[in-house]
Ligand binder design. Sequence first.
Ligand code: AMP
Length: 404
Amino acid sequence: MTKKIFAINAGSSSLKFQLLEMPSEIVITKGIFERIGSSDAEFTIKYGTEKEQKTLPIQSHQEAVDNLLNVLISKGIIQSLNEINGVGHRVAHGGEEFQDSAIINESVLQTIENLNHLAPKHNPVNVIGIKAFRAALPNVKSVAVFDTAFHHTIKPEVYNYPIPYKYYEKYRIRKYGFHGTSHEYIYKTITSLLDKREEGYKIISCHLGNGSSICAIDNGRSVNTSMGFTPLAGLMMGTRSGDIDPSIIPFIAEKEHKSNQDMNKLLNNDSGLLGVSGISNDLRDIEEAATNGNKRAELAIKMFVNRVAETISAYVSNLNGVDAIVFTAGIGENSATIRSLICKKLSFLNLTLDEKKNGSSEAFIETSDSRVKVAVIPTNEEVVIARDVLRIKQETNPYQSVLQ
Ligand code: AMP
């Protein structure tokens, strides 16, 4: 029997939605509310061949949800709210508590709220989205799908930081990793495209977008990932620094009389591609500037590529080999130049790109004699969310608390 499932991603002033028919994974409608909390919020909805955009006052996420459900009925996209069988919510941080997606009940909601301090910009707004849908559709199953859960298989020697152990015990400071739904989708998709075999595949999934992370996956299990305690760690990103020598932080703070909050902003919002190039956080602008001879744009691209190649190389060691490297997200899916530059640094793996395929829309872009497969696969986090709404069955909390 087919079901209609929402996949929801609530941001501080936005609400992204997709309504999917499952299990066919056909998108019935999708769209976004932006600038929620203002009198000129923006609502975009696509269904069939139609696309509509309007500006309207939307003061809260609750108003956005109510508005959306009314629109779905008034446009005949659904006939009645009873047709909606489930709602899946992307939740940024599941801490150590959530090792899988969870059916939302009062205790799950409370546990998510208890993790707010680990993702102060994301979890509280995810909870607002959950509450808005629960109020509008009180009898519909809702499921939380965590960005961190896919990484629960990472071992302690990888997730612990070499700082006094008491801070792990006291505050649970450790690597969590993010983009879990994307890496999971990539793993499942690439392995469905590869030949069937007994032995599991070793895959390196490169989610390169405004936020970027790489994940080493061994037979479906995340063994390492580049984001850490927060999504600031790892690769150089659009505006985030990624890993730097930690001593730089107190050094700049002292010289420039900056507070912890200022430093957090500097590293999260003013660094990365934007900080180095001084041009933009958008790779398209930087590639254009580099083509026109801008040296800092060139430097930013070289730094970005270098960090990605270094991380992939480290993960080949973690996995003790690699069968396929997959590029996804805005940069990974669209920049043939970046893919080519990264792969040139990986030639020691006997990996070679077919530049013609790299410039086309083919999924596999390596040469026939390359020892490692290279693929470009568009990510689809919404499908993973909708699949989990169907998959997660038990009403009790499928999480184990280790925080007693
Ligand atoms: P995401 O966060 O996955 O939406 O990725 C957004 C980023 O992808 C943008 O900031 C751009 O830097 C990059 N991007 C999108 N399209 C292209 C393109 N055609 N060429 C290069 N970079 C792109």
